[in-house]
Design a protein around this ligand. Structure first.
Ligand SMILES: [Zn+2]
Length: 287
C-alpha cells in the first residue's frame, strides 16, 4: 500500500484498460497519506475522470494539452469553457466543497491518461501533473471579503503584484530508513513541512526511530508573491491602507509575474491573513 517504498514501480502499466491498482497507485501520490487518504469516494471520482479524459472528445482534447515547463508538468484549464461539459457534475460539486480533493483526483486522472500515451513512466520520480484552473469568475472575491469561511476553498483574487520573493527549493518528499528493520519508507510533504514517519508499520516492527535519507529528497521550485487589491479613487481619498494577500507559487507558476503586473490568481485559501495556496492557475490580467 501507499507509504512503502518501490510499490508503484513494481506494477505494470496497462495501455488499454485502466487497472484499478494502477489508479490507486497514482492517486496515492496525489493524496499524501498524512493529508488526504485514498478512499472510495476519491477513487470513484478519479476513475470517472479517467474515463472523461480517455474516452470523450472534449476530455481527450484537454488531456493532450499537458505541458512541460522545465520538467514541471501542468494542464491549464479554462474553467468557463470547461464547466459547460455536462458529464462532470460530480467533479464540480467536489471542487466547490473540497477543491484540494477535486484537483488531486483530476491530476491523478490526467496523469493516468498521460502515462498510457507515453513510453517513459515518470511516476517513480514523484513527478505530478498540476491542474491550473483559470478564468473562473464565479470564484472571484474581493480581498476585503476574504474570511475564515473561505479556508480550504478555491477562490480567485485580482490585484497588482507588489512583491516577488526569490525562487527557492521546497522539499516535497524524502525517504526514511527505519533504524531497526532498515526498511525504506517514502514520505510526502505536500506543503514542504518536514514530517518523518511516526511508527514503522512494516512486519510489526513498531520502531519509532528513522534516519532521513537526504540524497532521496525531491524538491520543487517555490516562490511567494504579495498581491495588493486594486483601489478605486474614492478609496485613495479615504487614505485606506490597501489590503494584500500572500500567494505561494510552485513549479510552472514560479517566475510567471513581476512586480507591477496585474494578475488574477486562482488558488486554495490556506489561512486568513497569510496565504493563497497553490493549486490554481494564474493569468496576467489587464486594467
Ligand atoms: Zn521498521
Amino acid at each position: 500500500m501507499y507509504g512503502t517504498h518501490g510499490e508503484s514501480s513494481s506494477k505494470k502499466k496497462n495501455h488499454h484498460h485502466y487497472a484499478s491498482d494502477d489508479v490507486v497507485n497514482i492517486l496515492a501520490t496525489y493524496c499524501p497519506a498524512n493529508e488526504l487518504a485514498v478512499d472510495e469516494e476519491k477513487l470513484m471520482l478519479t476513475s470517472h475522470l479517467v474515463h472523461f479524459f480517455s474516452s470523450t472528445p472534449p476530455g481527450e482534447d484537454l488531456a493532450s494539452q499537458v505541458k512541460d515547463k522545465n520538467g514541471a508538468y501542468y494542464l491549464s484549464i479554462d474553467f468557463q469553457h470547461f464547466q459547460n461539459i455536462r458529464e462532470l457534475e460530480e467533479f464540480y460539486a467536489t471542487l466547490e466543497e473540497k477543491p484540494k480533493v477535486a484537483l488531486s483526483c483530476m491530476g491523478a486522472a490526467v496523469h493516468k491518461v498521460f502515462l498510457s500515451k507515453c513510453e517513459d513512466n515518470f511516476l517513480d520520480d514523484g513527478l505530478k501533473i498540476n491542474i491550473r484552473l483559470h478564468n473562473y469568475p464565479e470564484s472571484t472575491i474581493a480581498l476585503k471579503n476574504l474570511k475564515a469561511a473561505y479556508i480550504d476553498k478555491l477562490v480567485s483574487v485580482r490585484g497588482s503584484v507588489v512583491k516577488v520573493s526569490n525562487v527557492r527549493p521546497l522539499v516535497v518528499q524524502m525517504n526514511f530508513d527505519c533504524a531497526k528493520c532498515k526498511s525504506s519508507i517514502l514520505r510526502i510533504f505536500p506543503d514542504g513541512k518536514f514530517s518523518p514517519p511516526t511508527v514503522c508499520s512494516l512486519n510489526g516492527c513498531k520502531s519509532r526511530t528513522f534516519n532521513p535519507i537526504r540524497s532521496s529528497a525531491r524538491a520543487i521550485d517555490f516562490q511567494k508573491i504579495r498581491l495588493q487589491e486594486l483601489l478605486r479613487s474614492e478609496d485613495h481619498e479615504e487614505g485606506r491602507v490597501p489590503r494584500t494577500v500572500e500567494c505561494e507559487l510552485t513549479e510552472d507558476l514560479v517566475d510567471a509575474c513581476i512586480p507591477g503586473d496585474v494578475v488574477t490568481v486562482t488558488g486554495i485559501i490556506k489561512s486568513i491573513n497569510s496565504y493563497v495556496d497553490i493549486g490554481g492557475g494564474m493569468i496576467k490580467g489587464f486594467l
